[in-house]
Write a protein that binds this ligand. Structure first.
Ligand SMILES: *Cc1c(COP(=O)(O)O)cnc(C)c1O
Length: 373
């Protein structure tokens, strides 16, 4: 099947490198439950992310559910989590599936991350936590969000699914808030096929988190909490070990792709690029989102159709807002977050991956510019 230019393409190590990494498993026959590859990847991630504690998970979504549940809010009666509706379904579902109530606050127009002032206004006596998203790998205003949390005694759990490798003044995205969830899904900048992780500081929290990942087990016959199964297996951990060795090279290739896009799209009237370089921030170039304002002369959906006709797989990422999903119908009013609602109507994620050829970037940009008035 020819899919033309896909929106994302997984980074993979050479087959021989992966084969060598998993070969010892045919001796040990230890395929899951925190084996040698699992421990190796955790160690590499601790070093890479500059954090003391990392727990691996089967995927980012279960990591986020466990990250919320390990905070133990059910016991203290507070149940509201202030969050953004401009995100992937996973963020909101993780809150609801943990027995908590999402309260949506608006995003900032420039980088589409959660607006700290809107968060402040959304806080009530029932609020227990803030769940911001480093959307497209753009770091939230972590200092202002932490200040709001400190004023109201709230926890901060970051959905850092997009932010692996992002740093501010040398501190990785994993170092902010009480906990950060990373997704290692095949389409993310760093992948373990499926996988995820939670980074945190408090060792007690880490114990609760590790139990939730493995049926609530604290020892062979000692079940302390109602946990599920969210363990990462050895084959996926080995994929992570191989991909992590190559990560910096992949980001460098993505940076060249991003620069080419910017050269060809910057300055087009009515076209906005929300992922802008920011002082002190090292980006990971995970995505290439574009917003089409009225001045562009064609709607987002017209551009999407023109790209599809050229075999280009752009995505309406993120549309609709999670607060507008049919499964939440009637519970929320997407109009209460007008900046997010506007972005969801105008945004398109263009193809972005390390191996995207310069000629393909040019075709995408020519097709986009051809839609302009
Ligand atoms: C990918 C993603 C997730 C979920 O991660 P999985 O590893 O696919 O379960 C959560 N939040 C956001 C914003 C994502 O993009």
């Amino acid at each position: 099947m020819d899919i033309g230019i896909p929106v994302a393409r997984s980074s993979m190590p050479p087959l021989e490198e992966y084969a060598a990494e998993i070969a010892p498993l045919w001796e040990s026959r230890w395929l899951t439950n925190m084996g040698a590859e699992h421990r190796k990847l955790e160690g590499m991630l601790r070093e890479r992310l500059g954090v003391e504690s990392v727990e691996l998970f089967a995927n980012g979504h279960l990591a986020l559910e466990c990250a919320l549940q390990a905070l133990g809010f059910a016991e203290d009666g507070r149940d509201e989590v202030v969050t953004t509706p401009f995100t992937f379904a996973s963020t909101t579902h993780a809150i609801v599936r943990s027995g908590l109530t999402p309260v949506f606050a608006d995003v900032r127009p420039d980088d589409l991350t959660l607006d700290p002032e809107a968060v402040e206004r959304a806080v009530t006596p029932r609020t227990c936590a803030i769940l911001p998203v480093h959307v497209y790998g753009s770091l939230c205003d972590v200092d202002a969000l932490q200040a709001v949390a400190d004023r109201h005694d709230l926890k901060v759990v970051y959905d850092a699914a997009h932010a692996f490798g992002v740093e501010r003044d040398g501190a990785s995205a994993a170092s902010f808030g009480d906990a950060s969830m990373f997704s290692f899904h095949a389409t993310k900048a760093f992948n373990t096929v499926e996988g995820g992780a939670v980074c945190f500081r408090d060792p007690e929290y880490g114990e609760a988190l590790a139990r939730l990942r493995n049926f609530g087990l604290a020892g062979p016959d000692d079940v302390r909490s109602v946990g599920g199964n969210a363990k990462m297996d050895e084959l996926r951990a080995a994929m992570g070990v191989c991909n992590l060795r190559r990560f910096d090279g992949e980001v460098a290739k993505r940076a060249a792709v991003a620069a080419r896009y910017r050269e060809r799209l910057e300055g087009v009237p009515g076209l906005r690029l929300p992922c802008q370089p920011r002082p002190g921030v090292k980006p990971n170039h995970a995505y290439m989102p574009v917003l089409f304002d009225d001045a562009f002369g064609a709607s987002r959906d017209e551009v999407l159709a023109a790209l599809a006709a050229e075999g280009v797989g752009a995505r309406r990422y993120f549309y609709p807002l999670t607060s507008a999903f049919p499964c939440y119908q009637g519970a929320y009013d997407p109009g209460e977050t007008p900046v997010a609602e506007d972005a969801a109507a105008k945004v398109l994620a263009l193809p972005m991956y390390a191996d995207l050829a310069p000629g393909d970037v040019d075709l995408v940009c020519e097709t986009v510019r051809g839609c302009a008035r």
